[in-house]
Design a protein. Sequence first.
Length: 105
Amino acid sequence: MSQLEKLKVMLGIALSDTSQDADLQLLLDDASADLMSWTNRSAPPVGLEPTQRQIAVIRYNKQGAEGETAHSEGGISRSFEDLPPSIQATIGQFRLLKVASYATP
């Protein structure tokens, strides 16, 4: 099953419904680019595929609420965090360190 198909299952979207495929693929691609940046890698490790989907779900659910940190309407309050600590910890396990300079003695 592809990442796109798995994301659709997570979001409760029928696999046969292709009306949102381009938008969902863009969310996956953006999450992948962020993971590569955060881990200093040229490709996201296979072990971060679930994390990629989790980030895509977070971004999908925040559509229309970009920039908000909290929202209250009709007695219902919602608050948002950038990236949950559990996801940050998972990403940190895959991070490669950069060497700024190396001098031989």
